[in-house]
Ligand binder design. Structure first.
Ligand code: GLA
Length: 571
């Protein structure tokens, strides 16, 4: 948080206290308990995980490469093709790295005449579809990027309120990985509009059914308010998870219907209603406001899909905090991506290509609490940098979140910086090992063209290439059990344990200090802990994952280099 933000927060707190004190003097009904509850509400999340995302992708942590860490805005289609070729030629693809992800700066600054995203006409002149075809021809998959905001972090067109169209566009290009950033986000309003009438019509026809406040079922704090001046009756009390109302609508057949709500123009701020059809299809309705010079109401429209027979349509505003807002927005994009992939397959008759949905919200709104329903992975922190303190800090923040991740939904401690900056080989090895222990996505961020000799064969002597293709470590990351490590000992040296398939476990000793260290690993003691589910044995078969050495023991003395790790597979 910047100094200015802190000052602003401080000022806001003082203003709130002053305002509360003012209210207290004037208002005999002031309820400090209710105020405290209201403020507490703002810090809580109600949009948790009710079901996992389940798009059939990222059943193990995704592996690939991204353009951001090294190339940032200096990208073009030739670079992406060269990188894809290098991934294939170096043996990285065979080791599991399959996604070639283009990060920010691929877009033209303008959407096309139909409002669709398009690639930069000079740096990606043949478009993303052609690039995806080239990448696919090398046996690899293409990834793309946008932001859950009005613009991306580098100020290109982004996807907030264009979710359905942009999901269709990227699916139609054959994109199979989508990173969704958080720059220029506009939180959803906690306020709901007052509603006086709901109309339903078939497209191209006048309203066929009209519902007044007397025709709806009210729930929670939702109620009917009669205007003193003109006697108009409004449905109100829907703001901030307060209440809901519902209508039942008969439809002769499956199909689209236009839903019109007549809402009050109460203030300048935009208001929000969620519309849920039959408990599953969710639509977002933004009621732009603005004081009315002539009429105090306006018509807000939305097209919804009804099923033949009776349909229940519920209206509410479930946003009580910024966390709720982020969760709702990311879940919406996640649903649109699933729908777009399915629709494309149905339209073309081709096999469905699920799109890995990568939530890049920097951990601001506790995405580990809702990410598993919204998508396949969620960033746990701000951006990684190729320096040791950054890697250490991100590890510390993420290792605690183990319990939230699992098959199809992963904590994302950000892309790898191995090979970037001035990290030593030992630090690169630790960075990679910790990410594997945490079951993190392994998305390379370096110039992998260096791993290929001029004759097109892999530069197998390159210690970094050897490190990044280490089979034992990759197998730990990709283990089908999908359980990230837990820290069983914390200090200057941490001990991490990650359960693996077949009753095995990976054990990692991590030395955070510069000085080398020696400590004892007691495998028997580890088996006392229920978490790794290691069977009790007199002696265990141990394999050093980095050196490949094997031995049998119930405990062992381990020496670890400064900023280094030792990783063992125990069975
Ligand atoms: C944010 C993200 C980064 C990267 C840039 C692109 O900072 O966290 O990973 O995508 O935006 O602009």
């Amino acid at each position: 948080m910047k100094k200015n933000d802190l000052l602003a927060l401080g000022a806001a707190a003082t203003a709130t206290a002053a305002a509360l004190a003012g209210v207290k003097k004037k208002n005999a009904d002031f309820c400090p308990f209710c105020e405290a509850k209201r403020l507490l509400n703002k810090l809580t999340l109600t949009q948790g995980v009710t079901q996992r995302y389940d798009n059939g992708a990222a059943l193990t942590p995704p592996m690939g490469w991204s353009s951001w860490n090294l190339f940032a805005s200096r990208i073009n289609e030739d670079l992406i093709k060269e990188i894809a070729a290098a991934i294939e030629q170096s043996g990285l693809a065979a080791a599991g790295y399959r996604y070639v992800n283009i990060d920010d700066c691929w877009q033209s600054s303008e959407r096309d005449a139909d409002g669709r995203l398009q690639s930069d006409k000079a740096t990606f002149p043949h478009g993303i579809r052609a690039l995806a075809d080239s990448v696919n021809a090398m046996g690899l998959k293409l990834g793309l990027y946008s932001s859950n905001g009005t613009k991306t972090c580098e100020d290109y067109p982004a996807s907030l309120r264009h979710e359905a169209m942009d999901a269709d566009t990227i699916a139609s290009w054959g994109v199979e990985y989508f990173k969704y950033d958080f720059c220029h986000n506009v939180p959803i309003s906690e306020k709901a509009p007052r509603v006086r009438q709901i109309e339903l019509s078939a497209p191209g026809e006048a309203a066929a059914a009209i519902f007044t406040p007397d025709d709806v079922a009210l729930k929670g704090k939702a109620r009917i308010l009669t205007d003193d001046k003109d006697g108009v009756r409004w449905i109100t009390g829907l703001s901030s998870r307060g209440g809901s109302f519902s209508i039942n609508v008969e439809a002769p057949e499956d199909g689209d219907r236009v839903l019109t709500l007549i809402v009050a123009k109460a203030s300048d701020a935009e208001r929000f209603l969620r519309v849920t059809v039959n408990g599953k299809d969710e639509y977002h309705l933004y009621a732009a406001q603005g004081r009315a010079p002539f009429r105090g109401e306006r018509r807000i429209q939305l097209t919804v899909r009804l099923q033949a027979g009776m349909n229940t349509v519920v209206f509410d505003n479930p946003v009580g905090s910024r966390m709720d807002s982020a969760a709702l927005q990311y879940k919406l994009m996640g649903r649109e991506l699933k729908r777009a992939a399915k629709d494309l397959a149905a339209r073309t008759g081709q096999q469905e290509k699920p799109i890995v949905f990568s939530i890049c919200e920097w951990g601001f709104n506790r995405p580990w609490k809702w990410g598993a329903e919204a998508g396949n992975l969620w960033r746990t922190t701000g951006d990684i940098k190729p320096v040791w303190p950054s890697i250490l800090a991100i590890y510390e923040a993420t290792v605690r979140l183990s319990k939230y991740a699992g098959v199809g939904g992963w904590n994302d401690p950000d892309m790898l910086e191995c090979g970037n900056g001035k990290l030593t080989l030992e630090e690169n090895r630790s960075h990679f090992s910790l990410w594997c222990m945490m079951a993190a996505p392994l998305i390379l961020g370096n110039d992998v063209r260096k791993f290929v000799k001029p004759d097109g064969t892999p530069n197998s002597d390159d210690p970094l290439l050897q490190l990044l293709t280490n089979e034992s470590l990759i197998a730990i990351d990709q283990d089908a059990l999908g359980v990230p490590c837990r820290r069983v000992h914390a200090g200057l040296r941490d001990i991490l344990v990650k359960p693996l398939t077949g009753g095995r476990a990976a054990v990692c000793v991590f030395n955070k200090t510069k000085a080398p260290a020696t400590l004892t690993l007691d495998f028997k003691k580890l088996s006392d802990d229920a978490f790794p589910a290691l069977p009790q044995k007199a002696a265990y078969q141990i394999r050093d994952a980095w050196s490949g050495d094997t031995f049998s023991a119930d405990q062992t003395n381990v020496s670890v280099a400064g900023h280094g790790v030792r990783v063992f597979v125990v069975e």
